[in-house]
Design a protein around this ligand. Structure first.
Ligand code: GRF
Length: 211
C-alpha cells in the first residue's frame, strides 16, 4: 500500500473569482483518483458570475457567493470580511484551502484560521510579477528581453501578495513565434498540472506532520 493510500479522507475548500479552470483540474484529479482520499467540499467565489461556481454545481459541490461590497457599503473593514469568510470556510472543516484565481488579498485575520494550510496559484515564477496581469507583464518583459522564460507556482500564502514558500514551480517557455495567447495557453496548461501536484504535496505534508 502506498503512503497516499494510507492517508485519511481530506477536505479541500477552493476559493475562486473567475472561470475556475484550476478548480476543474482539482475536481477532475480527485474524481479520477489522483488525489487519494481528497474531496472538494466547498467552493467560494467573491464574484456572482464566476463560472467556477457553475463548475462546482455541476459536480454537486456546495458553493458560497461571498462578496466584499456589502461590507464596504456598510463601512465595515476588510478584516471584518476576512473574519466572517474564515468562519464560513471553517464551518466546512477543510484540511486545505486552495486559492485558485481568488482576486482578493487576505489579511492575517483569515490566514490565522488555517495556519500553513492556505495555498495559492500564481502565473509567474517566485519573486516575479506579483499581483494582477502577471502573464501579460511576463510576456511584455520577454519582448523587452528582460526575462527569457515564464512560469507559474503554487505557494503557501502569507500576508505579502504572491509571496510565501513555493510548493511547486514550473518554468514555461516563450517561443520566438509566440503571441500572447500562445504563451497564455501554454502557461494555463502548466498551471493545471502544478495545482494538482501542489494539492497532493500539501496534503501529504499535512499527513506527515500529523504522524
Ligand atoms: C490563473 O491564471 C491563476 O494563476 C490566476 O488566475 C487565473 C485563474 O484561472 N491567479 P482559473 O479561474 O482557474 O481559470
Amino acid at each position: 500500500m502506498s503512503s497516499d493510500a494510507e492517508q485519511p479522507a481530506r477536505r479541500i475548500a477552493v476559493l475562486i473569482s473567475g472561470s475556475g479552470t484550476n478548480l476543474q483540474a482539482i475536481i477532475d484529479a480527485a474524481e479520477a483518483g489522483h488525489l487519494p482520499g481528497a474531496e472538494v467540499v466547498l467552493v467560494v467565489s467573491n464574484r456572482r458570475d464566476a463560472f467556477g461556481l457553475t463548475r462546482a454545481e455541476m459536480h454537486g459541490i456546495p458553493t458560497l457567493y461571498f462578496p466584499l461590497k456589502p461590507y464596504t457599503s456598510e463601512g465595515k473593514s476588510r478584516e471584518d470580511y476576512d473574519r466572517d469568510l474564515a468562519e464560513q470556510v471553517a464551518a466546512a472543516a477543510p484540511d486545505l484551502v486552495v486559492l485558485a484565481g481568488w482576486m482578493h488579498v487576505f489579511s492575517p485575520v483569515f490566514l490565522d484560521y488555517f495556519p500553513h494550510r492556505v495555498i495559492n496559484i500564481h502565473p509567474a515564477l517566485p519573486g516575479k510579477f506579483a499581483g494582477t496581469n502577471a502573464i501579460e507583464r511576463t510576456f511584455e518583459a520577454w519582448q523587452n528581453e528582460e526575462v527569457d522564460v515564464g512560469g507559474c507556482m503554487v505557494h503557501y500564502v502569507v500576508p505579502e501578495v504572491d509571496a510565501g514558500k513555493p510548493l511547486v514551480i514550473a518554468h514555461v517557455p516563450i517561443l520566438p513565434s509566440d503571441v500572447l495567447s500562445d504563451f497564455e495557453v501554454r502557461l494555463h496548461a502548466a498551471e493545471h498540472q502544478i495545482i494538482v501536484q501542489a494539492v497532493r504535496l500539501a496534503l501529504a505534508r499535512i499527513w506527515s506532520d500529523e504522524n
